[in-house]
Design a protein around this ligand. Structure first.
Ligand SMILES: *Cc1c(COP(=O)(O)O)cnc(C)c1O
Length: 453
């Protein structure tokens, strides 16, 4: 393996996050109160989220938002992360394109999620909150928040999607090792969970359901706040450390990306790697393509509609303007648990509607083939989620070769897959399949949404 790494110093960890909301040509529509349909203000979110996260959610004026020292101190545990020129993969493909990846899998919990877990736990602590709660799909976000909660001395309850709770028991153990309480969702501990179990006793859960349960716990427990790992503007903001570092590392490599790719669940790692580069498209300095790589089984950006929808299954959250498949969409049990979410964050949705970013939907088997090639050529076993970005990078490199061009392609390796080996086992045994949703199924599901756009 002849891959080349570009390494920054600790002092190069960014001192501010990049707030794309301040510079977007068209700002997203406002979030709405579901009862009154009136636009929300930061204060309206205070009962649910921490005050600082709520303010960041609505901040569309400050281009740079300072990273607190306490957060940067914790970022130092693993940041800056390496940028790698994937020469092994280039060689395996025989491509003339240059492929780079930003390696976010080197965090202690194995994914990018810690970038936002730390500031959110910090803001909770600073505000005097004692308990936080959240949902987790594959367990990556729950693991990250468990570590952050422990560091800042907060109690944490995590609702983990039932299918992952059973498929990925080690992520549960990781959370418990850090000291979090983990509950399989749907559970009997909330009204939302009890209703879903009563209606459908075998339901294996979804992120939407788990969010409903966590929101219900937060709003019915004193001094407890809800913390979200994706979708929201403030989470995308925190993740921009990825792209800001990558921008400097691409300078070290003496190149600028033609294409930047991130896999897509709710949008946090995609936003993190792309927004700092997108800002140079706004000024006309560059004309980079940005591709969100989503599963064929949960294709909100490629096949969903832009409409106001709830962030959760039960309809407890504000109405968010998002590309959605409908908040009760039940995605197939693919192994990329972190991508099994019905909607896309408001910022990314607006960027997609304005044609400033693109999306691709990838079948599960193609992602595992890409993962295996990447593991064999670069030595890193990628998370099934990240494999969607790898598969898309491979598609783009092949397309460039067919067109007789050479491109500079950058993708985000959002996490490693060392705790997902059961999924690889099934792939190697030939037991995995693709799950395509038809446009008719999607049309039927979104037809239930109130047409506010
Ligand atoms: C959670 C997760 C994702 C998907 O979430 P986004 O908010 O879209 O980034 C992707 N990759 C990994 C490794 C994850 O843990």
């Amino acid at each position: 393996m002849e891959s080349k790494k570009f390494i920054l110093q600790e002092s190069d960890i960014p001192t501010a996050w990049y707030n794309v909301l301040a510079e977007m040509p068209t700002k997203p529509r406002p979030m709405l109160n579901p009862a009154t349909k009136q636009p929300l203000k930061a204060e309206d979110l205070f009962p649910l989220f921490t005050e600082e996260a709520s303010r960041q959610e609505f901040n569309d004026t400050d281009k740079w938002i300072e990273i607190p020292d306490e957060v940067r101190d914790m970022y130092r545990i693993w940041r800056p992360t390496p940028l790698v020129r994937a020469r092994g993969l280039e060689k395996a493909l025989g491509t003339s394109s240059h492929i780079y990846f930003k390696n976010e899998s080197v965090s202690p919990v194995g994914s990018h999620k810690l970038n936002s877990a730390i500031p959110q736990a910090y803001y909770a602590k600073k505000q005097g909150v004692t308990n936080i709660t959240t949902e987790t799909g594959a367990g990556q976000w729950g693991a990250a928040l468990s570590l952050a909660a422990r560091h800042f001395g907060l109690e944490l309850a995590v609702y983990m999607v039932k299918v992952s709770y059973n498929q990925k028991p080690y992520r549960r153990s990781i959370m418990q090792t850090y000291g979090a309480e983990v509950i399989a969702s749907p559970s009997m501990s909330t009204k939302a969970g009890r209703k879903i179990i009563t209606d459908n006793p075998n339901y294996q859960g979804s992120l939407g359901t788990a969010i409903s349960e966590a929101v219900e716990l937060a709003t019915s427990t004193p001094n407890c706040k809800y913390v979200l790992g994706s979708v929201m503007n403030h989470v995308a903001l925190h993740q921009t450390v990825i792209g800001l570092e990558a921008e400097r590392q691409m300078q070290m490599a003496g190149e600028y990306p033609d294409i930047v790719i991130g896999c897509f669940g709710g949008g946090s790692n995609f936003s993190g790697i792309t927004f700092p580069f997108l800002r140079h498209n706004f000024t006309g300095e560059h004309n980079t393509r940005f591709i969100a790589a989503e599963p064929e089984s949960c294709p909100k950006l490629t096949h969903g509609v832009l409409q106001y929808d709830f962030g959760d299954e039960a309809g407890y959250t504000p109405l968010i303007p998002m590309f959605t498949l409908g908040h009760d969409f039940a995605p197939a049990n693919i192994h990329a648990g972190g991508l099994r979410y019905h909607g896309a964050g408001a910022i990314v949705s607006q960027l997609k509607a304005d044609g400033l970013i693109e999306a691709a939907d990838i079948p599960q088997l193609e992602t595992f083939a890409a993962a295996q090639l990447f593991a064999r050529s670069e030595g890193i076993i990628p998370a099934p989620e990240s494999s969607h970005a790898i598969a898309t990078a491979i598609r783009e490199a092949k397309r460039a070769d067919e067109e007789g061009r050479s491109k500079v392609i950058l993708f985000n390796l959002s996490g490693h897959g060392l705790i997902d080996m059961a999924a690889y086992d099934q792939y190697l045994a030939g037991d995995l399949s693709n799950f395509k949703v038809t446009d008719e199924q999607i049309a039927e599901n979104v037809s239930k949404l109130e047409k506010l756009i």
